[in-house]
Ligand binder design. Structure first.
Ligand SMILES: NC(=O)c1ccc[n+]([C@@H]2O[C@H](COP(=O)([O-])OP(=O)(O)OC[C@H]3O[C@@H](n4cnc5c(N)ncnc54)[C@H](O)[C@@H]3O)[C@@H](O)[C@H]2O)c1
Length: 350
């Protein structure tokens, strides 16, 4: 039997826990998993896929990881930045499959569109909690689409702040951001939309900055280098493809850059323009050595978030555990298995 976590199952889980608890639990699960990460026990293969320009710019890729002697998780994710404006679909659409490593059976198949948004926000919250000052006032965001919602929500679960400064190249998306934020955040913080020529103020005012744009590969940085607070922490989330970067070169070179996955960030992240020697320890290592992380509290820090397959495994396990607790999800015989393992035709009419 395969457990299918369909939209009804995920809605039931969120209805039971509430979005704040969903986010809190995802942050804690990631933090714990990062801190105990052992690369000998959790193997991740470099993600790969198909990238294309037609019919529109996009890619479909797969992100595998294995918890040795337990489970293989494979997320299949599409990124089509024309989706929201051209057909009212999210840019990021994903599913994750979990496979038993003893038998190879498909244990679960789950939506990962919602789960990706939650885990991407949660990973930034883990980094923000490590590197941002204890007391902050302003969180700025560049790019106000789907991921911006969970970035702001997740950060609000680890820090209190009263103001959000927001910019998006599409003014309609920026204008609707406040209406898309969960109540716990919109009750606590005001959202001010700023114009492109006011970006220097958005940067200079920020204690924490999230860049979450669908900037094109090869395009200019999404803001210009300039004044910022000495202890600014940046969650750079949009760079996840060769040639696609959001930060100004000069800023990336003087910051403490903490990658999620070092090899992946050197290919796809803000670290593309850096060498491995320019990078700090990865986020998992920082979670395991809090004293080392705290040394960067007063500095300009960048969490180079490209998306780690381990995060998707943690998110899928979260959903599966809660689905079993609540008795939701659909159990289906997806794999046609014969009584006689040597006779595939025994399972079907001859
Ligand atoms: N690191 C991760 O784990 C991870 C996970 C999911 C998505 N992503 C990436 O995050 C980014 C955002 O994803 P999303 O789902 O929110 O997409 P989205 O389409 O919902 O929103 C992206 C927004 O960025 C805006 N934008 C594009 N270029 C801009 C620019 N130069 N300045 C300001 N705004 C600009 C667009 O107008 C759009 O509103 C994508 O690049 C995606 O690949 C990363």
């Amino acid at each position: 039997m395969t457990t299918i976590l369909d939209t009804a199952a995920l809605r039931a889980i969120v209805a039971d826990l509430g979005v704040d608890s969903v986010m809190d639990e995802m942050i804690e699960r990631l933090r714990t998993r990062f801190a105990s990460h052992d690369p000998k026990q959790t193997e991740t293969i470099q993600r790969t896929g198909f990238a294309y320009q037609k019919p529109e710019l996009g890619l479909i890729e797969w992100m595998p990881t294995m918890q040795c002697e337990q489970m293989v998780s494979i997320k299949t994710v599409g990124y089509h930045p024309g989706n929201p404006t051209n057909r009212a679909l999210p840019s990021v659409l994903a599913t994750t499959s979990l496979h038993d490593t003893t038998t190879g059976e498909l244990v679960a198949l789950t939506d990962s569109t919602f789960l990706t948004a939650v885990r991407t926000g949660a990973a930034s919250a883990v980094a923000t909690d490590l590197f941002a000052p204890d007391h902050i006032d302003v969180v700025s965001v560049i790019g106000c689409g789907a991921q911006a919602v969970t970035q702001l929500h997740a950060i609000s679960r680890v820090r209190s702040f009263s103001r959000v400064l927001a910019y998006d190249a599409n003014p309609d998306v920026a204008a609707s951001l406040a209406d898309r934020l969960p109540a716990s955040l919109s009750d606590a913080a005001s959202v001010e939309v700023v114009a492109a020529d006011d970006l220097p103020r958005l940067i200079a005012s920020a204690d924490v900055l999230c860049t979450v744009t669908s900037v094109d590969p090869g395009a200019d940085s999404v803001f210009a280098d300039g004044d910022h607070k000495a202890a600014l922490h940046i969650n750079a989330v949009g760079a996840d493809f060769p040639g696609k970067m959001e930060l100004p070169d000069t800023l990336a070179r003087r910051a403490v850059v903490v990658p999620d996955v070092i090899d992946q960030c050197l290919i796809e992240g803000e670290a593309q323009r850096l060498t491995v020697d320019d990078l700090a320890a990865d986020l998992a290592a920082m979670c395991a050595d809090l004293d080392a992380a705290m040394q960067h509290r007063d500095e300009l820090t960048v969490f180079d978030s490209t998306g780690w397959a381990l995060e998707d495994m943690v998110a899928a396990e979260f959903a599966l555990e809660h689905a079993r607790r609540l008795g939701v999800g659909v159990d289906a015989e997806l794999q046609l298995i014969s009584d006689d393992p040597y006779d595939p035709y025994r399972a079907v009419e001859r």
